[in-house]
Design a protein around this ligand. Structure first.
Ligand SMILES: Cc1cc2nc3c(=O)[nH]c(=O)nc-3n(C[C@H](O)[C@H](O)[C@H](O)COP(=O)(O)OP(=O)(O)OC[C@H]3O[C@@H](n4cnc5c(N)ncnc54)[C@H](O)[C@@H]3O)c2cc1C
Length: 561
């Protein structure tokens, strides 16, 4: 491979805010590195790190220059040259994932070299350096994503659901990739021919230039890119957190930052439901709102910074809770042993089968009716879908501000599914129009919901209304199947905790202690449940985060008993 010629302009030269991406440490800041790493000489042409390397040290240049390069067809592309006071690395320094860049010494000199563990120690203990390093690592990764500077090519089509899934998995894992659209990009056919794949195989993922994955599962992508390979699954953890939505990530941040050995298991990608929310407007501290991806992406990085180990595309399949230690079985891996467990597997909203539903989530389609949503409905006509208590409560509540509330229920009557007091309030409200045996069948609009259609199942007639807000109140199903018989659940299969546990629940589970369960503790000592999966939880990002943080305090108490 040819080295870049010296006249090559680094890609980074065109980037905005180079001082934030490539800051220069002061001599005082550099002197603090001595306590964490070693100082050593470099020689011209020395390869410090190559693409795909698992062990990636962190370098701060004392003198000389280190170039950051991407191998490209027929040569190398120069991304940036680091000189005295500047440092190497991007987000994978924190996540421990393989390198997607090459580092070579272009001018000999001297460097500080830190192992990843030493770097983690540094960012956990030196607030000033932590801010500088973490910010530039994250910004560098964002630029790599924006410029497709990754080791993955995805060949797909906008018409394939698999393509959407693969792109979402890579995006929510913060992994840069180059996307080639079969229907639009001329290079598509050439790539298909070169890798001996056909249109029928899409989405195709080319991993590190050679491995070809045809319509891969998320777990296969994670394996190919080595997302989990740095994690020792055999050691007994202090705390295993199952689920990396806001509740699980909050528990991971607090647990790891307070010195616990934390392992997080996530069946899909970190972020949970919140990660798919286009804009969260009601989370404390973000007056202009924040995208779910950004909020949970930051939380994920924060958990890694404090040393939590996070396995992605590795779901828990069962929990065995006999004995003093607990064992979590996972998809395709050894059993995970732990002294305490936090269940944070969330819930899935039942969703009507509407083709374009996801396009309007947060843009007219809501899954909760709070005062915030009610403000959006002032003097408007809205629709509530569902016939249970949550739908009834939403209709009565929204009728306070909306001009009319259509309640669309599939069943024949409400008596079997809704409390009597709610039925009476609905009947007494002049603003609520009840439509039984009726299903929502269409959502229309340009970016924002503008119109909906519903069908009367008795006549087959479809009506269209200019309604811009629909509340899907058809219930949520907790992700508790994997717990089978281990902890007490309520009648809807949400996990019961603390004061919700009856004496019968505790007797059935064989509660062995004289003390009652702690606030978020389940019917087994040392197993906690937080967030949407917990019975009685208020389904909000803030409550999930709050519960995840609080549970760690109780986990400490159990671990010290
Ligand atoms: C479209 C949408 C918009 C929303 N907007 C808002 C909003 O604006 N404001 C607000 O406060 N709330 C909002 N919510 C609600 C909020 O997102 C949830 O209350 C919150 O995400 C719950 O967090 P959680 O961590 O308990 O569960 P989840 O977010 O559901 O996370 C659970 C995680 O566990 C993983 N998991 C499941 N089973 C397993 C298993 N067996 N092993 C390992 N991992 C597993 C899942 O993949 C998931 O990542 C919204 C929800 C949706 C769907």
């Amino acid at each position: 491979m040819n080295a870049p010629d010296s006249s090559q302009t680094p890609l980074a030269a065109a980037l905005p805010h180079p001082e934030r991406l490539f800051p220069t440490l002061t001599p005082q800041q550099m002197s603090r590195l001595t306590a964490h790493g070693r100082r050593r000489q470099t020689i011209r042409g020395e390869m410090l790190v190559d693409v795909g390397d698992r062990i990636v040290p962190f370098y701060v240049v004392v003198s000389g220059e280190i170039q950051v390069l991407r191998p490209s067809e027929g040569g190398e592309t120069l991304i940036v040259g680091h000189r005295a006071g500047q440092f190497t690395g991007e987000s994978n320094m924190i996540s421990g994932r393989r390198s997607i860049a090459r580092l070579r010494v272009s001018e000999p000199g001297e460097v500080f070299e830190l192992k990843r563990e030493q770097l983690l120690d540094l960012v956990q203990t030196d607030a000033e350096l932590s801010e500088i390093l973490m910010r530039s690592f994250i910004l560098r990764r964002l630029e790599m994503i924006a410029h497709d500077l990754g080791d993955v090519v995805v060949i797909g089509s906008a018409h394939s659901a698999g393509t959407l899934r693969v792109k979402e998995f890579l995006t929510r894992n913060g992994h840069p990739f180059h996307y080639v659209d079969l229907d639009r990009d001329q290079e598509a056919q050439e790539l298909l021919d070169r890798f001996h794949v056909s249109v029928l195989d899409v989405p195709v993922l080319i991993c590190r230039g050679d491995a070809v994955l045809r319509n891969p599962t998320n777990a296969q992508i994670a394996d190919c890119l080595g997302f989990n390979e740095d994690i020792d699954q055999t050691r007994v953890s202090d705390l295993v957190i199952v689920g990396a939505g806001p509740a699980g990530l909050a528990a991971a941040v607090y647990g790891a930052s307070e010195g616990l050995d934390v392992l997080v298991l996530e069946s899909n990608v970190p972020g949970g439901q919140a990660g798919s929310s286009s804009r969260i407007e009601n989370y404390l501290g973000f007056p202009t709102g924040i995208s779910g991806l950004e909020l949970t992406g930051r939380a994920y990085t924060q958990a890694l910074k404090f040393g939590a180990r996070v396995m992605v595309a590795k779901g828990a399949t069962s929990l065995s809770c006999d004995g003093q230690r607990y064992t979590v079985e996972i998809d395709g891996g050894p059993p995970i042993r732990t002294r305490a467990v936090i269940i944070a597997t969330g819930a899935e909203y039942r969703k009507p089968a509407l083709e374009n539903l996801s396009a309007f989530e947060g843009a007219g389609v809501h899954y909760g009716a709070t005062p915030m949503e009610a403000q959006l409905c002032i003097d408007q006509e809205v629709a509530v879908v569902g016939g249970g208590n949550s739908a009834g409560q939403a209709a009565v509540f929204l009728a306070q501000t909306a001009s009319r509330v259509y309640m669309l229920c599939r069943g024949d009557g409400l008596a079997d599914t809704m409390s009597r007091y709610l039925i009476r309030r609905i009947e007494e409200s002049s603003k609520i129009v009840l439509r039984m045996r009726t299903q929502i069948v269409a959502l229309n609009g340009n970016g924002q919901l503008e119109r909906i259609g519903w069908r009367d199942d008795r006549t087959g007639e479809v009506e269209t209304h200019d309604i811009r807000r629909v509340f899907m109140m058809t219930g949520a199903i907790p992700n508790t199947r994997w717990l089978a018989g281990c902890v007490a659940l309520d009648e809807k299969e949400f996990v019961k905790t603390g004061p919700d546990l009856s004496q019968d629940d505790l007797a059935a589970a064989g509660w062995p202690l004289t003390r009652p369960p702690y606030l978020l503790e389940t019917s087994r000592p040392g197993i906690f449940a937080v967030g949407d999966v917990r019975c009685g939880n208020i389904k909000r990002v803030a409550s999930a985060v709050g519960e995840g943080s609080i549970a760690v305090a109780f986990a400490h108490q159990v671990l010290h008993q």
